[in-house]
Design a protein around this ligand. Structure first.
Ligand code: ADP
Ligand code: MN
Ligand code: MN
Ligand code: MN
Ligand code: MN
Length: 363
């Protein structure tokens, strides 16, 4: 695989320091027809946008992203959130967009629209989310980064939250991505090395309502883009290596105003009860293949609950829903839904959570 990381990076620096004469670059970013991959293209502006509302509607060739027929291929990209661009620097912007068809209706993989609607209905409840994005670094040959080219590293045990050569693989990427998120204005909460070597996690949140999806998608864009600079690949596959290796999830931590008040454990327990009655609705919403991706991951082994059963418990990492120990003790806080896969659409996940627990939808 050709990698631009092999190019001489210092050669670019002089160009990036040239005067842009007051012009601003806005990189429009959207989710393509796969529902999990991102696309982007850049527009020159002659002003600095202060809000996504300052930015024009734009278009792209939807037949090249599996979002439209070739004969009627224009799709619209509608700006919905803006961030600082850590690669081009201030005042340039990254722009999260919704995809609309030629009639300006949301396309099939635009899950933001219905999420936004649900979040507006429940805004009095002030829903907060924090998502734990796990991912695996791969070498350009598709093999986990740092693993022996023939064979395997030693068994899992020393890698989680580890330090030291041979214990962690690819920390440079993690550090660069963390700062890129902070610069962009993504609400990144932390990071840690994961159980499988070359697997990492970062957390985004707490974010209220629709912002959870916007921030998590931009954080994924930033990770892919940082990885270009290092000549390495970030995979969001929920089970990149078969066998005795942990899969990758995207745990969704969730609370409402009521859950965050003293005695909020009652509201948490009520929510868990409702979630228990709708397990398969949630499983369908928690990966982009309607549950097929999670079938490889939610085996009941490797800190997961079986995809076929619903369970909950305090401090139980083998349950579908975990109540963190400190939440159980202080009797308020939040719950953790451990089912979403690493490649989930956070708009769909957060929408399902509020539909079940606040809007009391069933079935
Ligand atoms: P774990 O112990 O499962 O590894 P992490 O520390 O990785 O947990 O992630 C916890 C996440 O929960 C963070 O993203 C944090 O922002 C989020 N969080 C904390 N408090 C709340 C809350 N009240 N509501 C929703 N999310 C929360
Ligand atoms: Mn063209
Ligand atoms: Mn975590
Ligand atoms: Mn984790
Ligand atoms: Mn977790």
């Amino acid at each position: 695989m050709p990698s631009s990381a092999l190019l001489n990076k210092t050669a670019k620096v002089d160009y990036m320091n040239l005067d842009s004469h007051g012009k601003v670059q806005a990189m429009y970013i959207w989710i393509d027809g796969s529902g999990e991959n991102l696309r982007c293209k850049t527009k020159t502006l002659d002003f600095e946008p202060k809000s996504h509302e300052d930015l024009p509607l734009w278009n792209f060739d939807g037949s090249s992203t599996n979002q439209a027929e070739g004969s009627n291929s224009d799709c619209y990209i509608k700006p919905v959130a803006i961030f600082n661009d850590p690669f081009r620097g201030k005042p340039n912007k990254l722009v999260m967009c919704e995809v609309l068809n030629y009639k300006q209706e949301p396309v099939a993989t635009n899950n933001r629209r219905t999420c936004k609607k649900a979040m507006e209905l429940v805004k009095e409840d002030r829903p907060w989310f924090g998502m734990e994005q796990e991912y695996t670094l791969l070498d350009v040959d598709g093999h986990p980064f740092g693993w022996p080219k023939q064979g395997y590293p030693g068994p899992q045990g020393p890698y989680y939250c580890a330090v030291g050569t041979g214990n962690v693989y690819g920390r440079d990427v993690v550090e660069a991505h963390y700062r890129a998120c902070m610069f962009a204005g993504v609400n990144i909460a932390g990071t840690n090395a994961e159980v499988m070597p070359a697997q990492w996690e970062y957390q985004v949140g707490p974010c209220e309502g629709i912002e959870m999806g916007d921030h998590l998608w931009i954080s994924r864009f930033l990770l892919h883009r940082v990885c270009e600079d290092f000549g390495i690949v970030a995979s969001f596959d929920p089970k990149p290596m078969k066998g005795d290796w942990n899969g990758a999830g995207c745990h969704a931590n969730y609370s409402t105003e009521a859950m965050r008040q003293p005695g909020g454990i009652e509201a948490i327990n009520k929510a868990v009860e409702k979630l228990g009655k709708r397990h398969f609705y949630h499983i369908k919403a928690y990966d982009p293949q309607g549950g097929k991706d999670n079938l490889r991951r939610l085996t009941g082994l490797h800190e997961t609950a079986s995809i076929y059963d619903f369970s909950s418990g305090v401090a139980n990492r083998k349950a579908s829903i975990r109540i963190p120990r400190h939440v159980g003790e202080q009797r308020f806080g939040y719950l953790e839904d451990r089912r979403p896969s690493s490649n989930c659409d956070p708009y769909t996940v957060t929408e399902a959570l509020v539909r079940t627990t606040i809007l009391n939808e069933e079935g």
